[in-house]
Design a protein. Structure first.
Length: 51
């Protein structure tokens, strides 16, 4: 699977989660939630070669 997204977007999302975690979450929990969500996002086009 290839990631064609902004190469810095993932790190910005993790930084924002760490600096301003959602209500009720610790910084670590917020970053873990972002990481889990980002793991599900990707390019799933049939023409793309697997990594």
């Amino acid at each position: 699977m290839k990631d064609h997204a902004d190469p810095h977007a993932h790190e910005r999302a993790r930084t924002l989660a760490r600096e301003e975690p959602a209500f009720g979450l610790s910084a670590e929990e917020a970053v873990a939630a972002i990481d889990e969500m980002l793991a599900w996002i990707g390019d799933t086009c049939p023409e793309c070669e697997p990594d």
